[in-house]
Ligand binder design. Structure first.
Ligand code: PLP
Length: 413
């Protein structure tokens, strides 16, 4: 199992892996994303072959070595997407990706299918000792509905907040540590490298929800995690029209277990979604760069607005999480999300109603800016006036001007 792969201590944040003597420098992200997972060029074939719609494949004779047999087991469109995701999450080091129907399908697979760092021989119903450690402030379905599901199926769950690496206190006897950094929606950050080392010392696997940063913003496997897991529904695909999830690991045994879970639970992505996701990767670098720049500009404007409090964005130099984020995230890629609090629910609703360039919608990471009053769902421990904003790819000055106008209206009463 690959537990530790720390970069050299003197490597600057956001650095590309250094080439060996005589080697060509590694491609930059912007170059890597446009070709990741593409097949070798074939005359008269498209660069990215279209989605393969197949419930079954021609399958002569012995099935044991068949790459494609039944549509719930494998699909060439998934194979190409998975190659791309593995390359982006683990450039230069072999890894395997497993694509799922949604982020929750991927997360559930990791939390329910993986027994711990030393997989014993099947059967699948073998006892799974040890508890799972979750962030109490991560995406709310994880410490909420999924925690309940895990407990109903006999897994003990413990949870602590992301900030201050509080989850480290719960590792004794754990089988899996689940991290989400930056956390959604509070945007706290934990020290992934430190927590991964502590978890491995305690005999636990480490998985990181990498939804918010995307692999261009953060690479958990390079920080020592065993798995990088994400909802591809958000910034990865970025157009608000696809539900998708994935897990990437450098450990083939873990990847095998996840594939077995996917096939058994039927948590498979549609070929169209997988193809759309792969197509979207070519613009991932452009989109996430503009979104991160817009998020920072918005966060700075919010901080300068009297009446707006607790502005959080890991890219803001004054943010309590910034120093740590700068050590483990890639420079200038702190994600598209900004959190802030208006005086009360009514002010937040006025703001959301008045912003012309910001759609009131849940989720984040899309090309169009969105925001919502997070308290309306009831699952997050946030004040009534708490707003989660997701920066799109609009012109930065237009976006900031629109937000200033909407804030002036919302705060005038
Ligand atoms: N992880 C994070 C951080 C999320 O915000 C979400 C959804 O909002 C998920 C996972 C779940 O992803 P999906 O909606 O694709 O199932």
């Amino acid at each position: 199992m690959t537990h530790d792969n720390p970069p050299p201590a003197d490597e600057p944040p956001g650095a590309q892996p250094s080439p060996g003597p005589g080697a060509r420098p590694a491609d930059a992200d912007a170059t890597r994303v446009v070709r990741a997972g593409l097949p070798a060029p074939e005359p008269y074939e498209p660069a990215l072959p279209g989605p393969v719609f197949a419930a079954h494949y021609h399958l002569p004779g012995d099935v044991t070595a068949a790459p494609y047999d039944y549509g719930r087991d494998a699909n060439p469109t998934w194979t190409r997407l998975e190659a791309a995701l593995a390359e982006l999450e683990s450039p230069g080091v072999p890894a395997e990706a497993v694509a799922f129907a949604s982020g929750m399908a991927a997360i559930t697979a990791v939390l329910m299918a993986l027994p711990g760092p030393t997989p014993t021989a099947e059967p699948a119903d073998a006892p799974r000792p040890g508890h799972v450690v979750l962030p109490s402030d991560g995406y709310n379905l994880v410490p909420g509905g999924l925690r309940t599901l895990l407990e109903e199926h006999g897994t003990e769950v413990r949870a602590a907040p992301t900030a201050g690496d509080a989850q480290a206190e719960l590792l004794d006897g754990a089988r899996l540590l689940w991290l989400e950094s930056p956390s959604n929606p509070g945007l706290d950050v934990c020290d992934i490298r430190r927590l991964a080392a502590a978890a491995h010392a305690a005999g636990a696997l480490v998985a990181v929800d990498n939804t918010l940063p995307t692999p261009l913003g953060q690479r958990p496997l390079e920080l020592g995690a065993d798995l990088s897991v994400a909802s591809g529904t958000k910034a990865l695909t970025g157009h608000g029209d696809v539900l998708l999830g994935y897990a990437v690991t450098r450990d083939p045994a873990l990847a095998r277990r996840l594939r077995t879970w996917r096939k058994t639970a039927g948590a498979i992505p549609g070929p169209m979604e997988a193809w759309l996701a792969h197509r979207s990767l070519a613009t991932l670098e452009l989109r996430t760069a503009r979104q991160a720049a817009n998020a920072l500009a918005v966060a700075e404007a919010l901080r300068a607005t009297p009446g707006v409090r607790d502005v959080r964005h890991p890219g803001l130099p004054s943010d309590p999480a910034h120093a740590l984020a700068a050590r483990q995230m890639r420079a200038g890629r702190y994600g598209c999300v900004v959190a802030f609090t208006l005086p009360d629910r009514a002010a937040a609703e006025r703001f959301l109603g008045a912003a012309r360039l910001v759609d009131e919608a849940t989720s984040f990471g899309g090309v169009r800016s969105t925001a919502e009053r997070r308290g309306r769902w009831g699952g997050d421990a946030v004040p009534e006036g708490f707003v989660r904003f997701s920066a799109g790819v609009e012109d930065s000055a237009d976006l900031v001007a629109d937000l200033r106008e909407a804030l002036a209206y919302a705060l005038a009463r």
